[in-house]
Design a protein around this ligand. Structure first.
Ligand SMILES: Nc1ncnc2c1ncn2[C@@H]1O[C@H](COP(=O)(O)OP(=O)(O)OP(=O)(O)O)[C@@H](O)[C@H]1O
Length: 423
């Protein structure tokens, strides 16, 4: 941890356990928890911005809310200014609350409609007992001006403001008690594009003036690139890659970061022919995330076992096939019994089989030698009702390091990707 680290997050976990319904209780059913955040580590430097990006549902908001102790962690630690949040005394908790704050995506929903702009901004001053009534009023008015509104708007209600102005009020409220750290959860994504830049510039000015540190949560990569000193890329409850902004955008290391960047529309004409890898498949459920590397089920460069010879397209097809058998979405009834059978599965003389002969309708790549034999054997086993044997046959031959080992970050302080290809 460096001297000017303000927030330090180590192996943070937040799992949501669902409340049991009556049938669940009657039948003693338990559903696995949602692993929204599952072992996240990073640091935020005083006065700097860490951007947190990732697809919807990957755990960004939960990370921000858990860091601010709005949710209790399932595991791991958060330190603020060197002190562990869970160990704070009542006075220290109050001080932590004063020094931290949050700005939400939907400004209207985050402002009390029955309070005026002035009352909203004053509220934290009252809660923390800062100043006299007159001083609180004066400070609220000067904050209104500081965020680009007018002191005359003090007595107006939220609905009398535009979306951008409402977000300015929410920012003023967050600044009222002079915090050091703000979690900004998608602060511009609900706003018109024309207003977004104004709010981003305001946040940048305030950061410079008050030395604020930000955790800036967003799914819009161009926004994150614009505001962040460092960027953490999150996937299914884990940090896939973290590093300085330019390094992440110019020299991404993790296949997920690359795919995320590739999925951004190309701005320059010169780039219009660039081949793109889009993230088409759905993100797996955080209730039952893939073992090993969380991204392996969608990864375009998943690593085959070192002792087999297979190209990436064929390997991905075989992996997807096994996933479907394991998930129960490919069953015996889906196997056409008129073609292929167990007998021809392991014929040693069959060194190469055409795509059609290996698993009609499922495998379109050509597989050779023992790869083809394993897939044909699994097919026959599934058709004969022996699903577990089919899974084992495929696992024995094709199990990958990406599947049984969770990749670690090699370099926690600079630029690092949690990917087996980096080791
Ligand atoms: N209070 C909750 N109870 C149960 N599950 C939750 C709760 N809050 C979030 N989740 C689940 O946890 C996972 C992570 O959600 P989270 O909102 O943190 O992700 P996110 O990356 O911020 O998504 P988005 O960009 O859509 O806001 C999701 O699967 C979500 O459905």
């Amino acid at each position: 941890m460096s001297e000017d680290t303000l927030v330090s997050v180590e192996n943070l976990k937040k799992h949501y356990t669902s409340t049991k319904t009556l049938p669940d209780r009657l039948f003693r059913r338990t559903s696995p928890p949602i692993k929204a955040v599952d072992g996240v580590s990073f640091e935020i430097t005083a006065g700097k911005t860490l951007g947190l990006v990732g697809e919807s549902g990957c755990g960004k908001s939960t990370t921000g809310e858990t860091i601010l102790a709005l949710r209790s962690p399932t595991g791991g630690t958060v330190k603020f200014d060197g002190k562990k949040i869970g160990d704070l005394s009542d006075t220290e908790v109050k001080n932590f609350r004063r020094r931290t704050g949050m700005v939400f995506q939907d400004p209207f929903a985050s402002l009390n409609p029955r309070m005026t702009a002035g009352q909203i901004i004053r509220e934290p001053l009252s809660v923390h007992d800062v100043g006299t009534q007159d001083e609180q009023r004066d400070r609220s008015k000067s904050l209104l001006k500081r965020v680009g509104l007018s002191a005359d708007q003090y007595d107006r209600y939220p609905h009398e403001f535009s979306g951008g102005q409402q977000q300015r009020i929410a920012i003023a409220r967050a600044l009222a008690v002079e915090p050091d750290f703000l979690v900004l959860d998608e602060p511009v994504s609900a706003l018109d594009v024309s207003v977004q830049a104004q709010i981003l510039n305001l946040l940048a000015d305030l950061q410079t003036d008050f030395g604020l540190a930000y955790l800036f949560i967003a799914h819009d990569l161009s926004v994150v690139r614009y505001v962040s000193d460092r960027v953490a890329v999150m996937y299914l409850g884990n940090i896939a890659e973290i590093g300085p902004t330019e390094a992440i955008f110019e020299r991404p290391q993790h296949p997920y970061t690359k795919a995320l960047l590739e999925s951004v529309p190309r701005a320059r004409l010169s780039e219009s022919d660039r081949e793109i890898t889009t993230l088409e498949d759905d993100v797996p459920s955080p209730r039952n995330p893939p073992s090993g590397c969380r991204f392996r089920t969608r990864c375009p460069v998943v690593i085959p076992p070192t002792d087999i010879d297979i190209d990436q397209t064929a390997y991905r097809e075989v992996m997807d096939l096994r996933e479907r058998i394991e998930a129960g979405t490919l069953t015996a009834t889906d196997v056409d019994s008129t073609t292929s059978n167990t007998a021809d599965a392991g014929t040693p003389s069959q060194q190469s089989m055409t795509a059609n002969s290996v698993w009609p309708g499922e495998i379109s790549s050509s597989l050779h030698g023992d790869n083809a034999v394993a897939v044909k054997t699994a097919r026959a086993e599934l058709r004969d009702g022996n699903r577990q044997a089919a899974i084992e046959t495929l696992r024995d031959r094709f199990e990958t390091v990406c599947e049984h080992d969770r990749p670690e970050h090699s370099n926690k302080t600079h630029h690092s990707a949690a990917c087996h290809l980096r080791h």
